[in-house]
Write a protein that binds this ligand. Structure first.
Ligand code: PLP
Length: 433
């Protein structure tokens, strides 16, 4: 499979999978996209999903990566990456939750990060020489998922930038207690500052000559593509439970990697009625879906902090997938935003009516699905225990803590504090070589 930048409309410069994986962002600043979108056979998807998520994912992965990676290697990578459950849970009438948070860091980002960790390890093996740096900015959950997904992958060092005081204590613990090839950096600034630092380094050709870097943010094709797989799995379970076949799918969104992976799934042949994207107060995309004008902003801090993004990186993928046709975009996707107060109300409602403890991000999804009277399922992106402060404060109940989270909390944190300064960051990374 060849890949092209979203900005290379004439398709002049083709890239290989390895080039995309190691570069993260295309040289012209765009995002990589596969040359063509492979079509999935839904009968085969259903047959395999009946066996397991991994069996189904292995088939879907082979559609994209079958030319570059041997079948057995890819299959064992998929089984290793997706070794946790992904259940569709019925919560209320017409409310089905696809729980994507049963992986090691209790957030959906484990899917993309673990797959990417495995793939990058394989692609790196085919090379020798210098270290490869995975550089990533996080508003909370990316950092922990990437750190866990890449921990101890040979030949690769991970540098994670996170905003000081804007991630939860637990998220910080998850990123800063692994050690080894994982280097967490606490930046005095916002998430957008962190993301901008990463972008500056990627656009700095001199720096890149001295240091091989790639990104593990959801812009990286290796994190983005596997996120389309669980949409198929959610569909199969929903279809089995309801007998219906065109769901509304609701997605709590920040950088819109998850949502655009859903669009990818639908273009691969997954039957979907409509997508509903749910934001917190950072409502750039819901506003765009109504007005047609895209106005990125500085991010606002909310209680659903993994979605505190004012300038979503994957927006360009969204418009690209629809050839920039706003009518088509706005008829396929609807948006809804929740203020903190409304997120808390949703958490309270879900608990009081159904005894279900929801994390704040998934609660945004619930609000959106309610608003549009959605008939389908919604993606639940994090375990409530990751945001226990908000939950306790809202419903007075402590969510049960998964074992992996308990373990991270008990370890000592190690991180480097840096100012929002690109030169200092460069020097730090060069010193790790
Ligand atoms: C990252 C994250 C999101 C947002 O996902 P995007 O792909 O950035 O839109 C939502 N919820 C949780 C818990 C997250 O960690």
């Amino acid at each position: 499979m060849r890949y092209f930048s979203t900005r290379d409309t004439l398709k002049k410069n083709a890239f290989s999978l390895k080039e995309c994986a190691f570069r993260g962002l295309a040289p012209d600043g765009g995002l990589f996209m596969p040359e063509s979108i492979p079509q999935a056979d839904m009968n085969e998807v259903q047959r395999l999903a009946d066996i397991s998520f991994a069996d189904m994912a292995s088939y879907l992965a082979s559609l994209f990566f079958g030319e570059e990676i041997e079948k057995e290697l890819l299959d064992s990578l998929v089984r290793k990456a997706f070794n946790f459950p992904c259940p569709l849970v019925k919560i209320g009438d017409n409310d089905y939750a696809l729980e994507l948070f049963h992986g090691p860091t209790s957030a959906f980002k484990d899917f993309g990060a673990r797959f990417m960790g495995g793939m990058l390890g394989l692609l790196k093996k085919q090379e020798t020489e210098e270290k490869l740096f995975v550089l990533t900015a996080t508003s909370g959950d990316t950092g922990s998922a990437v750190a866990a997904g890449f921990h101890n992958v040979a030949g690769i060092d991970v540098v994670v930038l996170y905003p000081n005081g804007k991630v939860s204590n637990l998220q910080e613990s998850q990123m800063t207690t692994l050690g080894g090839n994982i280097h967490p950096i606490r930046v005095n600034g916002t998430f957008d500052d962190c993301q901008s630092l990463v972008k500056q380094l990627f656009n700095d050709s001199v720096f890149r000559e001295n240091c091989k870097v790639t990104s593990a943010n959801s812009i990286n094709i290796l994190r983005w593509i596997p996120q389309s797989f669980y949409y198929f799995y959610g569909w199969c379970q929903w279809h089995q439970q309801t007998g219906l076949s065109h769901p509304d799918i609701t997605i709590p969104s920040g950088n819109y990697g998850n949502a655009t992976a859903g669009l990818l799934a639908s273009q691969m042949g997954l039957p979907v009625n409509r997508f509903i994207v749910a934001s917190n107060a950072n409502d750039v995309v819901p506003k765009y879906l109504v007005s047609g004008s895209y106005e990125p902003k500085t991010s606002i801090h909310t209680i659903a902090n993994a979605m505190d993004v004012g300038a979503p990186s994957n927006f360009e993928r969204m418009t690209y997938l629809f050839q920039n046709d706003f009518n088509l975009i706005s008829s396929s996707i609807q948006g809804f935003s929740s203020e903190d107060k409304e997120i808390r109300e949703a958490i309270r409602n879900l608990y009081e009516k159904f005894g279900y403890i929801s994390d704040p991000h998934s609660a945004c999804g619930w609000n959106a699905a309610q608003y549009y009277q959605a008939q389908g399922f919604r993606l639940c992106t994090a375990h409530a225990a990751k945001f226990h402060e908000v939950i306790e404060d809202t419903i007075g109940v402590k969510p049960p803590v998964p074992e992996t989270l308990k373990r991270a909390m008990q370890k000592e944190k190690h991180f480097t504090s840096l100012p929002n300064d690109v030169q200092i960051l460069k020097d730090f990374i060069l010193s790790l070589q």
